[in-house]
Design a protein around this ligand. Structure first.
Ligand SMILES: Cc1cc2nc3c(=O)[nH]c(=O)nc-3n(C[C@H](O)[C@H](O)[C@H](O)COP(=O)(O)OP(=O)(O)OC[C@H]3O[C@@H](n4cnc5c(N)ncnc54)[C@H](O)[C@@H]3O)c2cc1C
Length: 385
């Protein structure tokens, strides 16, 4: 355990209460205004949510993976846009730094990331490189004791709010693929770094993405993550491995929320003189959703436990991401069905979740990429026998 059981219990209960009392009532407004109110962001910071997984010595709560997923199981029971706000600081926007940063880099940024004073973003994807991330073309040319970055990064979560970008760029153009890639810590406001227009998305309004453009963006030598060239891609993959467990926990939470909403609706809505919950065909939808969400919860908990025990969980993390993100898609679809016409109307919110959860099958590695990761590692396992 990274924190004692009682502290964890209190944190999980506080987050559950915060979600129920503060966030759920704001879901519709956040979707309409495409913004999370500033006072809510401040309350999230006050609860320590920006620093859940940042080590205590840098001002975070230092939760291990098992503890973090317990919090995500509660935080995810509302619009995913709220979670997205703190998601990068606890995941892809800080963990490269935590795993591979120099002590000086950690001291410089982690305390502010933990307090939510600085928002971190992870800039890997480009217009020409998504699933095939190792083919990225953003360049980082050495210039004296610094580097000059050129390229465009696409769909970068929290980029409009970010103060710190972990940018993946090619330091060695002679080495194609992963080996020539390095990671850089680039601060917002650095000359040559600019942002594109905010993307108009299918769902998750309130969470923002945009292009990050690097045009002769000069950074000093100490912006090189971990002071090592050529290891950036490994850093990115380690960060994504971990992030997949967190995203899977959020999928479980959204599914549980939708099952609860569907159950209540089915118990109240009457047709043919009785609540629709009494019809076995409706019960089948509820039962399938419950069983699938439970299976995903067990997978996430077990994978988190294995990771905390120091085991390699690349296969398991991809299994979780694949199963949980597909599962929540099916659950959201059934939730719309159980709500009938009301499920199609904005007023009930179910259609919003239906759109929101579609993203989980795409980012941090599509379902197809998870399948490839699982199968590739299975083949490695038999080759080692
Ligand atoms: C809202 C949002 C937020 C995002 N946030 C970030 C972020 O913060 N940082 C960041 O770096 N990126 C981010 N991304 C990018 C995201 O990770 C990519 O969109 C994703 O990895 C897929 O890449 P792509 O869009 O280029 O699709 P493509 O790679 O072009 O894939 C298109 C289709 O082809 C399939 N496909 C591709 N290769 C294979 C293959 N070998 N075998 C079988 N099928 C294949 C894919 O599964 C998919 O179905 C975000 C994206 C979105 C939409």
């Amino acid at each position: 355990m990274a924190v004692d059981q009682e502290t964890l219990q209190q944190l999980v209960e506080s987050v559950a209460r915060f979600v129920r009392e503060r966030l759920v009532p704001l879901e519709d407004r956040v979707a309409r205004e495409d913004a999370v109110p500033a006072d809510v962001v401040a309350e999230m910071a006050g609860l320590g949510l920006f620093g859940l997984s940042i080590p205590e010595e840098y001002g975070g709560l230092g939760l291990n993976m098992s503890e973090e997923v317990q919090v995500a199981f509660e935080l995810g029971k509302t619009s995913p846009a709220f979670r997205s706000l703190i998601g990068t600081n606890n995941g892809i926007g800080s963990h490269g730094l935590i795993m591979d940063g120099t002590e000086e880099q950690k001291q410089r940024y982690l305390p502010r990331l933990a307090r939510g004073e600085l928002i971190g973003a992870f800039a890997l994807t480009e217009p020409g490189s998504g699933s095939d991330a190792a083919s990225l073309s953003t360049s980082a040319e050495r210039d004296g004791n610094g580097y000059v970055l050129n390229g465009t990064k696409r769909y970068i979560t929290n980029a409009p709010q970010a103060g710190l970008f972990t940018v993946f760029a090619r330091t060695d153009p002679g080495k194609p693929g992963a080996d020539g890639i390095s990671a850089f810590l680039v601060e917002a406001g650095t000359r040559g770094l600019s942002l594109g227009h905010a993307d108009r998305k299918m769902g998750q309004q309130g969470a923002h993405t945009c292009d990050v453009i690097l045009d002769d963006c000069r950074v000093s030598g100490d912006a090189l993550l971990g002071a090592s060239e050529g290891v950036g891609f490994k850093t990115a993959m380690k960060v994504l491995d971990r992030g997949r467990i967190h995203i899977s926990a959020v999928c479980v939470a959204v599914a549980e929320r939708l099952i609860e909403d569907s159950l209540r609706y089915a118990a109240e809505r009457e047709q043919f003189g009785r609540p629709i919950a009494e019809f076995q065909l409706v019960q089948a939808m509820l039962a399938d959703s419950r069983a699938e969400a439970y299976a995903a919860r067990c997978m996430v908990e077990e994978t988190a436990r294995r990771r905390d025990a120091g085991r390699n969980v690349t296969i398991e993390a991809s299994c979780c991401k694949m199963f949980a993100s597909e599962m929540v898609g099916r659950v959201a679809d059934r939730a719309v069905q159980i709500h009938g016409g009301a499920g199609y109307m904005a007023e009930y919110g179910v259609e919003r979740f239906y759109r929101d959860v579609r993203l989980f099958r795409i980012y941090e590695g599509t379902t197809q990429i998870q399948q490839l990761v699982i199968a590739r590692n299975m083949l490695k396992e038999i080759a080692q026998e």
